[in-house]
Design a binder for this molecule. Sequence first.
Ligand SMILES: [Mg+2]
Length: 378
Amino acid sequence: MTGTTIRAITPHVLMAELSEPFAYSQAWYRRRGAMLVEITTEDGITGWGEAFGPPELTAPIVVWLAPLVIGQDAMAREAIWQALYNRLRDHGQRGLVVEAISAIDIALWDIAGQALGLPVHRLLGGPLRLEIEAYATGFYRRERGDHLQYLVEEAEQRRAEGFRALKLKTGWGLKQDIALTREFRAAIGPDCGLLVDCNHAYDATAAITYGNAVADCDIGWFEEPVPPEDIAGYLEVKARQPLPVAGGEASFARWGFAEMIARRSVDILQPDVAACGGISELKKIADMASAFGVRVNPHVWGTGVTLAASLHLLAVIPDNPPGLFPRPPLLELDRSPHPVRDEVTSMPAISAEGRVRVPEAPGLGVQVDRDALRRFAV
Ligand SMILES: [Mg+2]
């Protein structure tokens, strides 16, 4: 037994009611939660991880996996990842199981960094960059008010905070989406970056109609035009409309991304560190994408734990293509309501130029407020 032997692993299911519900194209959010994983070692280091996905469903998987983790050396991240994935391969190659493994892997990187006194991006061989340009996610549907009016007000707020690019949520019906996109672009002006995300609300036919109808709106990417299983649909959308196509937040582990990369079903790959298999797996996915010339922009939608893990990866994702003037990856910074995120975890600040610094403290460099953790515990 060494000091970094794992002593305990605890999932925390956290939930908060939202004062104002909001919707994306697939569901209304009335409550919003998080599933954080706490791993402690014999010498008293605590690492934090997080799983994307319903907290009440991922937490029991962590409990089930705990006997395979306790007693192992926390530094043996790769060995632990493979043991967990192989144990459930026949039942969980995607979805909740890989999300639970993601949380464990992130916590182990946090421990390794603290044990060695180094930030995670340095363990990953970085940094290539320590400041990441952020774009604002939000722009959801509300129950009351004029949709375009409150979206434009939200855009003004984000621009004032420093953001130079915004991601508009669509998927409210094709006709309405086309009109909304055109009106929103006109309202924010030509200098602001604009991305669109319908969360797979279309089939390929509708996505092609949409992409062509907003071709003159200077859109950086069209995210999840069709359901993640529909690789042929992605290929059709890429071929028959002009917007760059993004996707990957609902894909899992190297094998799920290998098909997307090899078949070139997206222009921009969006693995989520809290879903795709953790920091270990996202780095492998980013390196595979680099070999095939596919851009990588991680999907980020959690607490400060997921955000910190994503920032360390953003510090080392290879430039695609390399050069004196590369196009660096962007940070997705979610600005929609999330009381658990805001009160439980420390969040990095955004600069007046719309940039966020990669943490330089040992490990992930994220603080967890124990009192808040107890307040939101289910
Ligand atoms: Mg999305």
